[in-house]
Design a protein around this ligand. Structure first.
Ligand SMILES: Nc1ncnc2c1ncn2[C@@H]1O[C@H](COP(=O)(O)OP(=O)(O)OP(=O)(O)O)[C@@H](O)[C@H]1O
Ligand SMILES: [Mg+2]
Length: 596
């Protein structure tokens, strides 16, 4: 017979610690949150060996009396829920379990002094057992030191990663909390080296720029939206300013850093047709809503939340971000980088110019694109002298470059890039990327107006064989596809009949198109809102209908493409987040030739 018994307090705390402090960064997060809740003006963090050896947080907040310190180490003792109204919690902490949990799995030293008191007090707890207490000398505030984390719990210690990756996680924690509280100053020292310092009293924008990426100020759009009591603020990177990991997305709900799946999904949805699937937007978003609309008490580390109306929140973020990015028009993150320019000028004159010149265009490119730009430039040098290119350039010569932001086409390079002259610089357009984007925007615009997109009936309807579940999904989407000019109907259990295709895609491989759409629906179907699902499908269509790289274009065609890009929202990036065009300012050209 088993006997039911109450577990001793230390064991209870240790079990709770399994959830609250699974690694140094989690303990650090709790300590810094406490320091913020204490009303501190500056918070200093010191780490040793990625937090495995030492985590120390010193604040100048309200401090604790000797009695409070004893209480703070008891489970479920908190000063933060005065009305017992957990729904209305405004502090970062509210559970009263962080300190006892941490103290049960490390050597824990807490010193504190309230303002106006003669001195402070300290308590030392070693893996759950109090081992010392007594007076302490420190300025008003609190200093907590956590050493030898999981030192007596080898099973847990085994799961820790290298000091390097634990440090990275700690830095991320400080960064996110510092972004959530721009009024507080923060410093972070790791193994004796100062790695982060931000002044208190900063504006949110300044703090974000300092902590995320300076480029975001230039290559991002400010977000400032309100719907009733719900607000979304922050800054969202242009799609061309993307990264290979999602770590550079900073999301906050009511001032609390979160890694919430719903929010992450909404961000992905908003950028869906502007980024390749393996690229990620860079942004900092602050969602503020009435506390009763969100439950923060659903995750032990409080990094996930639950919304009362998730569909509203998701829709608000998706449409808000899209709208803001649309407002950025055909901007593309692509201004030549200052440092690259400086490098170039430092080069001895006799060196081969192509690579450095390439890098001028490439601040926001993936490494492959860096090479592409360099190659494009070398291609340019070669084909400027080629007879065909010369002839085209002569044709184009009379038109002045004024008044068109993307300039007037002067030639085509490698049958892939359009070279244009704008009033203030040299523009190079990737014709396939640009055209794909334009086709997509055309398809979307047709759909948005509710008008039937121009459609071309097939003389002989085509049959596409697909799995039954694929057919189900495509058939379900058929009404929306029809609105975009793609007329399909079910043809038995595992085939679809195609009767008409969008005029923009006439002559393409219809079979491949429908198969890609089916894949798209399978991959994203249930997860995405209808509107986003359609955008995916349209992006797939657009790719099928675009001018391929490698097709020669006439000057008139090139100019038509440039003019359409100027008119089209979001034409600055292709459907995968690469820029569709880059510009080298005339003054930068002059610098390259030593004229400035
Ligand atoms: N740096 C600090 N300055 C002043 N008081 C503090 C500090 N850290 C902790 N406290 C006090 O100790 C109490 C317990 O802290 P603890 O982190 O364990 O719980 P909590 O913050 O209330 O809730 P949670 O478990 O959600 O973090 C707090 O409610 C607070 O009153
Ligand atoms: Mg706390």
């Amino acid at each position: 017979m088993s006997v039911i018994r109450r577990l001793p307090e230390t064991l209870v705390n240790r079990i709770a610690a399994g959830e609250v402090v699974e690694r140094p960064a989690a303990a650090l997060k709790e300590l810094v949150e406490n320091a913020i809740d204490a009303g501190s003006i500056t918070i200093a963090v010191r780490l040793g060996e990625g937090g495995l050896g030492l985590i120390e947080v010193t604040d100048d907040g309200c401090g604790m009396t000797r009695e409070d310190m004893a209480l703070a180490l008891e489970r479920h003792a908190t000063s933060k829920l005065p009305d017992e109204a957990i729904e209305l919690v405004a502090t970062l902490g509210f559970r009263g379990e962080a300190l006892p949990s941490i103290a049960s799995v490390a050597r824990f030293t807490m010193e504190s002094r309230v303002r106006g008191a003669d001195g402070g007090w300290q308590v030392v707890v070693d893996h759950g057992q109090q081992v010392a207490d007594g007076p302490a000398a420190l300025p008003p505030g609190t200093r907590i030191r956590v050493e030898d984390l999981f030192g007596k719990i080898p099973a847990r210690r085994k799961f820790l990663r290298s000091p390097r990756s634990e440090y990275a996680a700690c830095l991320d924690v400080v960064r996110r909390l510092a972004m959530a509280r721009p009024e507080v100053g923060f410093t972070l020292e790791h193994d004796g080296r100062r790695v982060l310092a931000v002044q208190g009293g900063q504006s949110l924008a300044a703090r974000v720029a300092q902590l995320v990426a300076r480029e975001l100020a230039e290559d991002g759009v400010a977000i400032e939206l309100e719907r009733g009591p719900v607000r979304l603020t922050g800054v969202a990177g242009l799609p061309t300013f993307n990264r290979g990991v999602a770590d550079h997305q900073y999301l906050f709900v009511n001032g609390r850093p979160v890694k919430d799946r719903l929010l992450v999904g909404a961000v992905r949805g908003a950028y869906a047709d502007m980024l390749a699937r393996d690229r990620h937007a860079v942004l900092a978003l602050f969602l503020d809503l009435p506390p009763e609309e969100v439950d923060v008490n659903v995750h032990p580390a409080k990094t996930e939340v639950r919304f009362r109306d998730p569909a509203f929140v998701r829709g608000f973020i998706v449409s808000g971000l899209r709208h803001a990015l649309e407002g950025a028009g055909q901007r593309s993150a692509q201004a030549p980088a200052g440092p690259a320019m400086a490098n170039w000028q430092a080069e001895p004159i006799s060196r081969e110019p192509a690579p450095a010149l390439g890098s001028l265009f490439t601040r926001n490119y993936a490494p492959t694109a860096v090479r592409d730009a360099g190659q494009a430039w070398r291609g340019y040098e070669a084909s400027v002298l080629a007879p065909a290119a010369k002839a085209e350039m002569a044709d184009a010569a009379p038109e002045p470059a004024v008044s068109h932001p993307l300039g007037v086409a002067r030639g085509q390079v490698a049958n892939t890039y359009i070279v244009a002259e704008a009033e203030d610089g040299l523009v190079i357009v990737d014709q396939h990327a640009a055209h794909e984007r334009l086709v997509l925007e055309r398809l979307k615009a047709a759909g948005a107006q509710g008008a039937m997109a121009a459609s071309q009936a097939l003389l002989i309807p085509e049959v596409v064989e697909l799995d039954e579940p694929d057919c189900d999904r495509v058939a379900e989407a058929a009404p929306q596809l029809a609105a975009h000019g793609l007329a399909l109907e079910r043809f038995g259990p595992d085939a679809m009949l195609i009767r008409a295709v969008p005029a923009a895609l006439a002559g393409g491989d219809v079979q491949a198109l429908v198969r890609d759409i089916a894949d798209d629906l399978a991959q994203n179907g249930a997860a995405l809102l209808l509107e986003e699902r359609l955008d995916h499908v349209l992006a797939t269509m657009a790719c099928h209908g675009s001018v391929r790289a490698g097709r020669p274009l006439s000057v008139a065609e090139m100019n038509a493409l440039l003019r359409e890009m100027e008119r089209t929202p979001r034409s600055g990036q292709c459907n995968h987040g690469r820029p569709t065009w880059v510009k080298l300012a005339l003054e930068d050209v002059e610098k390259l030739f030593g004229r400035r």
